[in-house]
Design a protein around this ligand. Structure first.
Ligand code: AMP
Length: 419
């Protein structure tokens, strides 16, 4: 019986990893420019990190987590997202005491037991960044600017939805008003939203169910309930985005799926994706550090799916960098094949990526292989070349050929003559 990868998971084959590495490199370059440092936390945590951090009533915690009891009887969960893990680590290592601002980023796999479909996997990958320690709207605007820069570098167009979900002062008032409204249209709501009317009424606004959309068309919006402070923060964030020339659309229904957001909430959407159109999103989460047992610490962050980003790039026929060896060494008999093997290792040690034949193939077959690999140089050595300590070097693009002494080969290949 042949085994297959588990439903909702994918192998990344060599032709895929090139694109992935490119995307990751662009993310790292941008993070370096904005002075964010990488954090890597374990793939699993105590379940409470997520259930307390993300919120019991969310889909992620309620339905999608890979939770298991280990042999020691502890309840552990494969991380469904990384903000809660980052904050757990931030608290554990007293990072807030060492610096008043911690700018952290991550790239890695996340796990959610969702129904697999296009753009939705059970092991998927996110990159994200968190700016922890400051309250100012500059942090919110910067987080959005970073995401916009990464998407721009990868040739991805998007629309940015922005909202404020208020702060602990104004949210209870809004929650009450919304709940009252929802009770008034209760019979028209989906069963899920009826339940949420009690437990988490704001999530009803983000339901994709048509019945809910219609029933809540005239629901009160949080923007009308913002406290002075939340309003000021929101207006200044919008003003900073205007200054930066980053277009956005105000979406009063945007509440996002996770409970920890306060004030700014935003989402990047792509029209090049199907029904799973969210590229990434984030917001401010000033209460999370406290909720996970730390001192009150304001923070804002963003997380995005890498698979979805690559889906858009592939659709756009993005020119991913190709990988080819710089040189292919062709040997024709025992002595020259041994030379090719020795020399390949020597060239690689000098930083020149080199390929050879391992299968004792003919000159013609080796040339065909070199062509297929699109390497700029091929060095051919037979009996007479061995005698003269010279290789016949072909520059594949130009079709030219010249003799190059063995001792000069490395120097010859590093010169940037072949494109
Ligand atoms: P969230 O943490 O739910 O806000 O998700 C952030 C981003 O991660 C989304 O906008 C998607 O791009 C991506 N994402 C979330 N869940 C999945 C999934 N099951 N499969 C693929 N990508 C996902």
């Amino acid at each position: 019986m042949a085994y297959k990868s588990v439903k909702g998971t994918k192998d990344l084959l060599p032709q895929d990893t090139l694109a992935w590495l490119h995307v990751e490199q662009v993310i790292r370059e941008v993070m370096e420019l904005y002075r964010y440092a990488e954090i890597r936390t374990p793939m699993f945590e105590e379940t409470a990190v997520f259930s307390r951090g993300i919120g019991e009533e969310t889909d992620v915690v309620g339905k999608e987590m890979y939770t298991f009891i280990d042999k020691g009887g502890s309840s552990l969960t494969l991380r469904p997202e990384m903000t809660a893990s980052v904050i757990r680590s931030f608290i554990q290592h007293s990072m807030g005491e060492q610096s008043s601002l911690n700018k952290l980023y991550y790239i890695g796999p996340m796990f959610r037991q969702e129904r697999p479909q296009a753009g939705r996997f059970r092991q998927f990958h996110q990159f994200g960044f968190e700016c922890i320690g400051q309250q100012g709207p500059e942090c919110d605007a910067e987080i959005i600017a970073i995401a916009a820069d990464i998407y721009a570098r990868l040739g991805i167009s998007y629309s940015l939805k922005l909202n404020s979900v208020g702060d602990p002062q104004c949210r209870p008032l809004y929650r009450e008003a919304l709940q009252k409204f929802l009770l008034g249209v209760y019979d028209a709501l989906s069963p899920e939203s009826q339940r949420r009317t009690e437990t988490n009424p704001m999530r009803v606004l983000d339901s994709k169910d048509e019945r809910d959309r219609e029933a809540t068309a005239d629901a009160p919006v949080i923007i009308d309930y913002l406290s002075d402070e939340a309003r000021r923060h929101f207006e200044r964030t919008c003003g900073l985005l205007d200054d930066l020339g980053i277009p956005y659309v105000l979406d009063p229904r945007l509440v996002r799926g996770l409970d920890y957001y306060t004030m700014t909430a935003f989402e990047f959407i792509s029209t090049d994706l199907g029904s799973q159109d969210a590229l990434g999103g984030g917001g401010r989460y000033d209460g999370l550090v406290e909720q996970l047992g730390g001192k009150h610490t304001p923070a804002v962050g963003f997380a995005a799916g890498i698979e979805r980003l690559l889906m858009v790039m592939e659709k756009n026929e993005y020119a991913f960098p190709a990988s080819a060896p710089r040189v292919y060494l062709v040997g024709m008999d025992d002595a020259s094949r041994a030379w090719a093997f020795r020399t390949a290792i020597s060239l690689r040690r000098q930083g020149i990526s080199t390929e050879i034949d391992y299968a004792g193939r003919s000159l013609k077959a080796q040339m065909r292989e070199a062509n297929k690999l699109a390497c700029p140089y091929v060095a051919i050595v037979g009996e007479s070349e061995m005698a003269a300590s010279q290789a016949q070097v072909k520059e594949m693009r130009k079709g030219t050929q010249e003799s190059v002494e063995f001792a000069r080969l490395a120097e010859y290949f590093v010169q940037d003559t072949a494109q």
